[in-house]
Design a binder for this molecule. Structure first.
Ligand code: IPD
Length: 273
């Protein structure tokens, strides 16, 4: 199926700006929360409403496209990734931030065509930062081209990590080990509370390395293409090729730094999406 990526970008820009207004208007309100996969994995009415707005808006123009959305997944709809045009959507990435009125939340939307991530949009409506990329055309923040920092070694790096929402002892030990290794060697450690935000920062050179195991396709799809188009490296944290449904990511400012670190990580392999 032929997909006009520029038309898709135009549509999704309009829809995410609309959705962004809703998120921004509610960031400081008290939220009603439900939990998903664990006691600290949240969903709010806003997540559900925004996902619906995005999916219905896309369906109107592209009735045959498929969707992998965080909130529909939570509702028990498990979609397989096929080669049909598929939108991979996180309506509010950083739900915990949103719940706590911590102003770092992003809408994250990727489009997979022919088994390849071709388009990505990450929008932080609180800071009004709109990141986008189309494969082969570079990455942009609010219409200005962006590039990764190019940092080549961990001792020069600012690193983003997340503690995720898995609470098992095995997982905690692995995360603690990896963060300890990174923190011991890097300039500093940051935890933005949104995978999409961390990836957008790698793309614009604010973060040099971001690693997480146990996240989902919708947290990574848009960021993958935005980092790649900004000149960055995205691989599996064990050094293999990145796979969207494997729930693992290592995104860096250079191949060199990715190769330096991956063999030092303890590995966690969650059940795939
Ligand atoms: C979460 C955020 C967080 C990451 C978790 C994700 P959500 O997404 O991206 O930074 O550590 O693994 O699940 O649930 O807020 O959309």
């Amino acid at each position: 199926e032929e997909v006009n990526l520029h038309e898709c970008l135009e549509l999704i820009t309009r829809l995410s700006r609309h959705a962004g207004k809703i998120i921004k208007s509610r960031i400081n309100e008290k939220k009603t929360i439900e939990t998903k996969a664990s006691s600290i994995d949240f969903v709010t009415e806003t997540d559900q409403e925004v996902e619906k707005l995005l999916i219905e808006g896309i369906k109107q123009k592209y009735p045959h496209h498929k969707f992998i959305g965080e909130e529909s997944f939570a509702a028990g709809i498990k979609e397989e990734l096929t080669c049909a045009p598929t939108w991979v959507i996180d309506p509010v990435d950083g739900t915990t931030n949103f719940v706590h009125s911590y102003p770092n939340v992003c809408i994250s939307i990727g489009l997979v065509v022919g088994c390849d991530i071709k388009l990505g949009v990450i929008y932080n409506p609180i800071l009004d930062m709109f990141f986008r990329a189309i494969k082969g055309e570079g990455s942009f923040l609010n219409d200005e081209p962006i590039k990764v920092s190019g940092v080549k070694q961990l001792t020069d790096a600012l690193v983003a990590v997340e503690f995720g929402s898995v609470r098992s002892e095995e997982f905690r030990n692995i995360v603690n080990h990896n963060i300890n290794y990174l923190a011991t060697n890097a300039h500093g450690i940051r935890s933005g509370g949104s995978a999409a935000w961390n990836l957008a920062q790698v793309a614009r050179g604010g973060i040099d390395l971001y690693v997480e195991m146990g996240i989902h396709a919708w947290d990574m799809a848009a960021g993958y293409i935005i980092v790649r188009e900004a000149g960055g490296t995205v691989i599996d944290p064990a050094g293999n090729d990145f796979k969207l449904m494997d729930r693992r990511i290592l995104a860096t400012s250079s191949i060199e730094i990715a190769e330096e670190v991956y063999s030092k990580f303890q590995q966690y392999y969650p059940e795939h999406d």
